[in-house]
Design a protein around this ligand. Structure first.
Ligand code: ATP
Ligand code: MG
Length: 273
């Protein structure tokens, strides 16, 4: 694989190098500091789990990485080169795609129409032929990924939460991203529904073509599917460990300790005030 350097010369891509790095990323929303000096790395083919309490800054970090928001300061290094992500489309053109919690699927459209939303085939002039091809390709892509839906002609509104989420992930994978960012794809899902997504991620991991950052609240899920875990607390990364080197107990203890600290600080300031 070759990449083009700014001077136009082809430079070899180092397969051992991290596909993505954040260096000293901070983000303020007015007076609110959402992220402080975040350093994060994602290795090629890795599945990185991002965990942390509500309001910790997880989604903010993902929104920065998919080009939706600019950081207040810090750098993003993609495949060894510093990049400024100007928009979601720009990030996508560089191979970074995100699936948001609210999905951006259109309920009234069918599965195959959603798969091609904003990515429609334009080469075939006849709509009928085009639809037939999109249907067939969507079907075979979903089959390939092991995503089961009643029919590609089913309106998305008739699917279960897990099936909808799986279609959203499959749509992202359809455009062959190098990096896939998933914001709580397992939120509010039952065991069976969640299993659809976990299977899909496991499959992508096995194929090894895409590197993944996944935000999740359930430690069991993260420990099952991720290679490495980063915990984010109060806008800072407080833990970076391989999944095999940590446990649900350690992760829970960290959160409890943080909660105690915040409680003590509140009591202290109430006492002094
Ligand atoms: N657009 C915004 N304007 C102002 N403040 C924001 C904005 N988006 C996020 N914040 C604040 O930034 C902090 C981090 O929010 P973020 O959404 O990144 O948290 P999170 O870790 O994803 O939480 P959750 O688990 O609840 O989704 C919070 O204090 C939040 O209120
Ligand atoms: Mg969030």
């Amino acid at each position: 694989m070759m990449a083009t350097a700014p001077d136009g010369q082809a430079a070899p891509v180092n397969p051992d190098e991290d596909i993505l790095r954040c260096e000293h990323i901070s983000k303020n929303y007015g007076m609110v500091t959402a992220l402080t000096d975040v350093n994060l790395r994602l290795a090629r083919g890795e599945v990185l789990g991002l965990i942390g309490d509500n309001g910790a800054g997880k989604s903010t970090l993902l929104k920065i990485l998919c080009g939706f928001q600019a950081p207040t300061s810090g750098r993003i290094i993609l495949e060894g080169r510093q990049v400024t992500l100007r928009s979601v489309d720009h990030a996508r053109s560089l191979g970074i795609d995100a699936v948001y919690q609210d999905l951006a699927l259109v309920n009234q459209l069918t599965v195959f129409q959603n798969m091609y939303l904003n990515r429609e085939l334009v080469r075939w002039p006849l709509p009928l032929t085009r639809n037939a091809i999109m249907r067939k390709e969507a079907r075979s892509h979903l089959d390939e990924m092991g995503v089961q839906v009643p029919s590609v002609n089913a309106p998305v509104a008739t699917l279960s939460g897990g099936q909808r989420q799986a279609v959203a992930v499959a749509r992202s994978v359809f455009s062959s991203p190098k990096i896939l960012l998933l914001d709580e794809p397992l939120a509010a899902m039952g065991v069976k529904e969640g299993a659809i997504i976990l299977d899909l991620i496991t499959r992508l991991k096995r194929e090894g073509n895409v590197s993944i950052i996944i935000i999740a609240h359930n430690y069991a899920h993260v420990l099952e599917v991720c290679d490495r875990i980063n915990m984010i607390q109060g806008g800072r990364i407080t833990l970076d460990k391989r999944t095999s080197e940590t446990s649900a107990e350690e992760l829970t203890d960290l959160v409890v300790a943080e909660y105690r600290k915040a409680l003590e600080e509140r009591q202290r300031s109430a006492g002094s005030g």
